[in-house]
Ligand binder design. Structure first.
Ligand SMILES: Nc1ncnc2c1ncn2[C@@H]1O[C@H](COP(=O)(O)OP(=O)(O)OP(=O)(O)O)[C@@H](O)[C@H]1O
Length: 321
């Protein structure tokens, strides 16, 4: 018996997929708890979209087991389809119709109860702050508004699990923030969110658990705190008034590195952080050396990503192509 129950929304074991001689997924295992946000993080071509397409029945895997909302992907594809929502599937929306008309159209196509659909559409338009825009034709929508409508269409029939493939790629910072607020709201209402992203910040802000995919393999999985802890506790940096004090400090803080130009001393912290800060300050105090300033450099997901995949990241926390 596969180890799944209602507490596991997405359960993946040994997932494999190749295109020709190119191995895209090389035996992937994933566990996404029900009601959580899971981020599959990886650089371009890592296999994120392929994973989402397999889990949502659009692409067939070569090998492996997948259960979505407790349903076996191979044996019960229809049950899987009715449990999930996938964004980016509405290329066929009518650009001459308004946002609201498109929502009604899709609600009809999915045979949703008329009264319930009307209420649901009103709720979604409010949640997505599409109020005024809802009455305007789609061709007047910005990229951010279209993305919101796409997600609203996905949420129409209240799927248990939604797959968001790079939901904020190409959006400006404000639209990205709105999207994040919506995702949080959706999760607060009990939906499980499986998202893929190249933005480390997005995974850090939204996800309960993050899996880092590189070259078709998971190179790490855990909470953002656990991932950060994997690469150590960061550094404590101390600035001094002059070279003599810096020199004295360097002598009492073991394993520290100094930079003469900026008169700073830097020492590694342990994973918990706090203990070494206290130890360093005690050592300085004991030697009667007073720092001018103290700062703590904790590792961020960029550091984790770099350490795990060797990929570099862009300014906004995204991975370079
Ligand atoms: N239908 C296909 N035929 C051949 N190769 C494919 C196909 N789909 C994907 N690939 C290849 O599989 C690899 C993984 O693609 P995938 O789209 O899953 O990556 P990704 O992590 O989503 O990257 P991106 O961020 O660029 O979308 C890429 O090298 C891609 O070229």
């Amino acid at each position: 018996m596969p180890e799944t129950d209602s507490a596991t929304a997405v359960w993946v074991r040994g997932l494999r997929k190749s295109y020709g001689t190119k191995e895209v997924l090389a035996g992937l295992d994933l566990d996404v708890p029900t009601g959580s946000v899971f981020a599959l993080l990886g650089p371009n071509g890592a296999g994120k979209t392929t994973t989402v397409h397999i889990c949502s029945t659009l692409v067939q895997a070569d090998d492996g087991q997948v259960r979505i909302a407790g349903h076996d992907l191979k044996k019960e594809p229809n049950a899987v389809r009715s449990a999930i929502g996938l964004t980016g599937q509405f290329a066929a929306v009518d650009k001459l119709l308004t946002g609201e008309e498109n929502l009604r159209l899709i609600a009809n196509l999915r045979h949703l109860d008329r009264t319930a659909a009307r209420r649901r559409i009103a709720d979604l338009l409010e949640l997505f702050e599409l109020g005024d825009a809802a009455k305007k034709p789609l061709h007047t929508y910005s990229g951010g508004m279209r993305r919101k409508l796409d997600l609203a269409l996905t949420l129409l029939d209240e799927p248990q699990i939604i797959f968001l493939d790079e939901p904020t790629t190409g959006l400006d910072p404000r639209s990205r923030q709105t999207m994040w607020d919506i995702v949080r709201d959706v999760v607060a209402h009990g939906t499980t969110v499986f998202l893929t992203t190249q933005y480390l910040e997005e995974a850090d802000r939204l996800a309960d658990r993050i899996a880092v995919l590189d070259g078709g393999k998971l190179v790490a999985q855990g909470t953002s705190e656990q991932l950060k802890a994997r690469i150590g506790g960061g550094r404590i940096e101390l600035r001094f008034a002059d070279a003599v004090t810096l020199d004295a400090a360097a002598r009492v803080v073991p394993g520290s590195t100094r930079e003469e130009e900026t008169l700073t001393l830097s020492a590694a912290m342990d994973a918990a952080g706090t203990r070494s800060i206290r130890a360093v300050l005690d050592q300085l105090d004991h030697a009667r050396v007073e720092p001018l300033a103290l700062s703590v450099q904790t590792p961020n997901l960029d550091d984790v990503f770099l350490a795990l995949t060797g990929a570099t990241s862009e300014k906004e926390g995204s991975v370079t192509r």
